[in-house]
Design a protein around this ligand. Structure first.
Ligand code: HEM
Length: 549
């Protein structure tokens, strides 16, 4: 059976449990024939809409049977056959999918305002504190206020810089673990270690003034994030088949309520701990002579900033407890798995390309040397590393589909996309758009070196949009573009890697997989596009003596 990926980014389309839901659906089909005519009549677009082309659909299920996971690949195949802009139906929900860089520009730039909402699935509603959170909030005054706060403070470059020591400490902890294991020549499940790294980084940056503030809770957060991923990724019949609404035939809504209650409990504990720490700090300060503030050098984390705003009488908008919990939950779930998937894919591609590995190490050795571990401050001097990360995100975007919803009717290339339509911009296809990419399936970091280095990932060059674009583009990009390359660089600088067991290539036709030597590149299914199988490798220390960590 195909292993399902359990890691998440909540802005992609549901894929997990897709197959089982489809089976259930087909069983229901016969008994629901009566409803078909009703559902079809109510879901039919009005006659004057000139929709983009579409494959042949079925009653009730629409095109569900054509969308086997991973969905970005299924949509890619359909757009190759029917044109770069198509429409499909998930049950009774009308969706439009776009597959080229030019269409991405049209939809996410020219019509950005019309596509600035996200579809409100049942999971989104459950985990979004009734729209009080950020990632699924409608594009209104609250969202705009939070977005500004996010870009200037919460995830802005100043906060990201100030919290660098947390990330540095977590990378060092990972290297120590690997060094220990290397002494016993023990295979390491690097996928697991990398998820732990990014999860610790995000939870500590979000909510810990000291390393112990969330320490014990990071594990619980990791487990809950996994559950949220599964549930957001589940194909929920209630979302797409009108007559299933309120019935919960798969028991998903019940599970969502349970997981949400547990996550809420964890967030309450974290926030109460933080409030306690802030109260005692205030007390300590007020006991000081002259009542001057104690600038004890402790840097504010994201939760501190949110609580400051919530307590500020003059703030443009008052933040509620729900707003704060929602935002922290969003970055716990959005921040760690996407970065982990990028690190894993980068390692796998680099190991499969010894020439790239050699060039990368040459660059790191020249810039950093052997006496210390590479640091985020080295990144501007490591252009080949940055190119390798870009190339990884082009070929393996962790959120392969950008998911938005039309707030009004939009005309694109002569077709009309009606208000309420779900939009899928297939980032995976866009990164392979032959108009912009030569030999698109080749892993070749060189394409970003020299004059082509101007293609960046900030959402202005639409052939490369792994972080999306426009008013709903990823606010965690600055953070990810520090955390991902430095982790890749440290792992390549410090260790040689022997490929072991499950991670071996399978000669499955890519032309670069060779049994016993190289890493398999099979893609899993799940909200975040991660590897299907864990990366199991044996670390062999490369630096002798190993630098102090
Ligand atoms: C390599 C890592 C990452 C990738 C590839 C990625 C990708 C994306 C994409 C494609 C979107 C949707 C953009 C759109 O609709 O145009 C998004 C949204 C979002 N991401 Fe990320 N992301 C990453 C890391 C992070 C991190 C580290 C954080 C926070 C700590 C984060 C937080 C968010 C949030 C909160 C949103 C929702 C924004 C909104 O709806 O306005 N992401 N991300």
């Amino acid at each position: 059976m195909e292993e399902e990926s359990l890691i998440s980014h909540p802005f992609s389309v549901p894929t997990t449990l897709f197959t089982s839901a489809l089976l259930l659906l087909l069983l229901l089909l016969l008994s629901l024939l009566f409803f078909f005519f009703k559902a079809r009549a109510s879901s039919k677009p009005k006659a004057h809409y000139r929709l983009p082309p579409s494959p042949m659909g079925l009653p009730v299920v629409g095109h569900l049977h054509l969308l086997r996971a991973p969905i970005h690949r299924a949509l890619h195949r359909l757009t190759l056959r029917h044109g770069p802009l198509i429409h499909v139906r998930l049950g009774s929900t009308l969706c439009v999918a776009a597959a080229t860089a030019d269409l991405a520009r049209d939809l996410l730039k020219t019509h950005d305002a019309a596509f600035s909402d996200r579809p409100q699935t049942i999971a989104a509603r459950h985990f979004a504190y009734d729209s009080a959170a950020f990632a699924f909030a409608p594009y209104g005054p609250y969202y705009r206020f939070m977005r500004r706060l996010c870009m200037l403070e919460l995830l802005g470059s100043r906060t990201v810089d100030q919290l660098r020591p947390i990330r540095h400490a977590e990378v060092a902890a990972l290297l120590r673990t690997l060094l220990e294991k290397s002494k016993r020549r023990e295979p390491v499940n690097l996928s697991w270690e990398v998820i732990r790294l990014t999860n610790n980084e995000v939870t500590r940056m979000a909510a810990s003034t000291t390393s112990s503030a969330v320490g014990g809770e990071a594990e619980e957060a990791r487990e809950l994030v996994k559950q949220v991923a599964e549930l957001i990724g589940a194909f929920n019949l209630e979302d797409y088949i009108g007559f299933c609404r309120g019935w919960d035939p798969q028991g998903l809504s019940k599970r969502m309520r349970d997981v949400h209650a547990r996550f809420d409990g964890l967030l309450e504990r974290i926030i109460k701990g933080k409030e306690e720490a802030r109260r005692s700090k205030k007390k300590k300060n007020s006991n000081r002579e002259g009542g001057e503030e104690d600038d004890d050098g402790v840097v504010k984390d994201v939760l501190d900033i949110l609580l400051d705003v919530a307590e500020d009488e003059k703030a443009e908008m008052k933040l509620s407890r729900e707003n704060i919990k929602g935002f922290i939950m969003d970055i716990f779930t959005a921040g760690s798995d996407s970065s982990a998937a990028s690190i894993e894919w980068a390692l796998a591609e680099i190991l499969n390309h010894p020439r790239v590995l050699q060039k990368l190490r040459q660059e790191i050795d020249q810039v950093v040397g052997n006496g210390r571990i590479v640091d985020e401050t080295d990144l501007p001097n490591l252009p080949y590393l940055q190119a390798a990360v870009k190339e990884t995100l082009r070929l393996h975007p962790p959120a392969p589909i950008i998911h938005r919803q039309a707030t009004r009717d939009v005309t694109v290339e002569g077709y009309v996309i009606p208000a309420g339509t779900a939009l899928f911009v297939n980032v995976w296809s866009v990164g392979r758009d032959p108009k912009y990419w030569e030999d698109p399936s080749e892993f070749r970091p060189e394409r970003f070196v020299d004059d082509r280095a101007v293609v960046d990932m900030r959402g202005q060059h639409f052939q490369l949009i792994p972080f999306g674009s426009g008013r709903r583009g990823c606010p965690g990009m600055t953070l990810a573009l520090q955390a991902v390359p430095v982790a890749v660089a440290a792992l390549m600088q410090c260790f040689d890697w022997e490929v072991s067991g499950e991670s071996c290539g399978s000669n499955s036709g890519s032309g670069r997989e060779e049994k016993g030597t190289l890493v398999d590149m099979e893609e899993g299914i799940g909200l975040v596009s991660a590897r299907a199988h864990p990366l199991i490798l044996v670390p062999v220390p490369r630096l002798d003596p190993f630098p102090e960590i």
